[in-house]
Design a protein around this ligand. Structure first.
Ligand code: FES
Length: 574
């Protein structure tokens, strides 16, 4: 491998030349007390940190950035920390998904506009991982990902609590009248016991695992709990490694390939990962110029067993996964399904990185002959109700609903749903199919996680805990239930979902991968004549940009102008 020389560094144009502008760049760096020998001729390592008080999952990342810097200094680099919008899942409204593309754009433009040679990306809470990676893939500078790490197990009265999953579960019990105010307060205090991301196999842990499988994180990094001392070590090791990656010129385009995305999908399926991964992987692949379609996800799902016994599909949590051997041990179980010769960010092959991994607890990571499910955690559906696709997570649904025909109870939008769902007169039974329209990328807007529609209170009181639900939105990776999601085209752009009415019959057939509305074409065409799309609430600003350019779920909900294309020019420096 030919190593770069200092004058080959991108930052050389800022710091290494004899111009008036370079004088300013050097003198203003020294303004911060940084000596010439601390930065001259050294790789400038951007640290894009999504720490913010508004992002509860990243509260430890101010400190982690210091540990990354320690590694960068030690390896002979010059660290430059840059804050970026922290799209925290909890506080960001109307939906964090709306701002994933914002952070992706910010990441790409931060890297382009500054004298950066390589970057350490620091994220973890759901959308931050795909956003940071999407921006880094588009910019194509050496990049390494430091995942925030999951929080410790939740606890309530001796019972383990999993983020999201148990909040949904106990909220249903509260609505059924089974949880007191005092108990609810205790649950709130016991749910999130430390810094870090949700500790179920929700979107955060799915996406950080995927980042590692793609080759962006050091081996094993994604499984380490946020507050474990090895997490600090991983941060400084990542800082050291990125400096070498710059000298080696190891860029995302050297790591990513169709094989890398196949491996990421395979891992997602074996993990029983979040349904959101499908959208994010599609968007990330789009940035790399690789086309992923739902058929590819389904093909891989059919041949990949789900092995991880974590909530919401199973019973354990990320801390248990870490002690059971973590992601490397899980990958070792499915190594015949992976492309082991791929080089990843530490400069070794994926195969070499997992070669010695072992499972220490086969109740958490199941063996191939006793899987949680013989196929993957997500199934892709098609049919006249979802001409360009929809998905479901069968491993998190009641078995009886995976082959089901029922009568639709339709909600035109989320306001309509919350106004009527608990109405004692609502004409609904446990066999009904709850349908939510206008909750997709443009309809909501921002494709929120409303897809685990609440079970009507009167049915909860009868003991019903799962129903078939269909929508054009997403659901949290920590959610569960027979929820058909990402129906495309969405209702707001005139997809067939827009024309479903209460009383229609719908069939879900997961084994046959079908979602069918039993209404004839002529009737649907007639209904279409009187249809009008929902109003666009944004006349200006980022919202207007979003509405104009966001693509549908099957294309990853990226902006159409951010897909891979002609290279963007480097900035002129005069
Ligand atoms: Fe941040 Fe779940 S809320 S990872």
């Amino acid at each position: 491998m030919t190593k770069k020389k200092p004058e080959d560094l991108r930052s050389h144009r800022w710091f290494g030349v004899d111009t008036m502008r370079a004088f300013g760049h050097r003198s203003r760096t020294m303004e911060m007390g940084i000596a010439r020998e601390d930065f001259a001729g050294k790789p400038v390592i951007g640290i894009i940190n999504t720490w913010a008080d508004s992002n509860t999952c990243h509260s430890h990342m101010r400190q982690r950035a210091e540990e990354v810097k320690r590694g960068v200094w030690q390896a002979g680099g010059y660290p430059m920390e840059m804050p970026a919008m922290s799209v925290g899942e909890q506080m960001t409204k109307p939906t964090s998904m709306m701002y994933r593309n914002f952070l992706a754009m910010e990441t790409e433009e931060l890297l382009r506009s500054q004298p950066i040679d390589g970057v350490v990306l620091m994220g973890g809470c759901d959308k931050t991982t795909p956003a940071l990676l999407m921006g880094a893939i588009s910019m194509d500078l050496p990049a390494i990902y430091v995942p925030a790490g999951p929080m410790l197990r939740g606890n309530w009265r001796g019972k383990t609590l999993g983020s999201g999953t148990d909040a949904f579960k106990y909220w249903a019990e509260r609505r059924a009248g089974n949880v007191t105010d005092e108990q609810w307060g205790e649950l709130e205090e016991g749910m999130a016991r430390s810094a870090g991301t949700c500790m179920t196999m929700g979107t955060a842990s799915t996406m950080t695992s995927i980042a590692e499988v793609l080759g962006f994180s050091l081996p094993g990094a994604s499984s380490i709990p946020a507050v474990d001392s090895t997490h600090q070590m991983m941060a400084s090791r990542s800082g050291r490694r990125i400096v070498d990656m710059v000298w080696e010129d190891m860029k995302p385009s050297d790591i990513l390939s169709e094989a890398a995305f196949d491996d990421a999908i395979t891992a997602d399926m074996a993990l029983g990962g979040s349904t959101n991964a499908i959208i994010h992987l599609t968007a990330m692949a789009g940035r790399a110029g690789i086309k992923l379609d739902l058929a590819r996800f389904d093909e891989i799902s059919k041949k990949t067993p789900t092995l991880l016994n974590l909530k919401p599909s199973g019973i354990y949590l990320m801390e248990d996964f870490y002690y059971a051997g973590g992601l490397r041990a899980l990958l070792k179980q499915i190594d015949d399904l992976l492309n082991l010769d791929r080089i990843v960010c530490n400069g070794r092959t994926l195969g070499a990185n997992i070669e010695t991994a072992e499972v220490y607890n086969d109740e958490v990571i199941f063996s191939r002959d006793k899987p949680l499910s013989p196929t993957g955690g997500t199934a892709a559906l098609s049919g006249n109700l979802a001409p360009t696709g929809a998905i479901i997570k069968p491993t998190a649904a009641e078995e009886r609903l995976l082959q089901h025909t029922g009568i639709a109870v339709v909600f035109e939008n989320v306001d309509d749903m919350y106004a009527r769902i608990d109405d004692p007169d609502l004409d609904v039974t446990a066999d009904s199919v709850l349908v939510l329209k206008n909750a997709g990328p443009k309809g909501a807007p921002g494709m929120p996680e409303w897809g685990q529609l609440p079970i009507p209170q009167k049915l909860l009181k009868q003991g019903v805990r799962d129903m078939l639900r269909i929508s054009d939105c997403r659901m949290s990776g920590t959610s569960y239930g027979a929820c058909v999601l990402h129906v495309t085209p969405e209702a707001a752009v005139g997809g067939p979902l827009a024309f479903v009415r209460s009383g229609d019959e719908i069939t879900l057939d997961v084994a046959g991968r079908k979602l069918e509305l039993h209404v004839d074409e002529a009737t649907l065409a007639k209904r279409k004549e009187s249809w009008t799309p929902p109003e666009n609430p944004y006349a200006r600003g980022y919202g207007a940009l979003f509405m104009q350019h966001v693509t549908q779920a099957d294309q990853g909900c990226d902006f159409d102008f951010l897909h891979a294309g002609a290279a963007t020019p480097e900035p002129k420096i005069f």
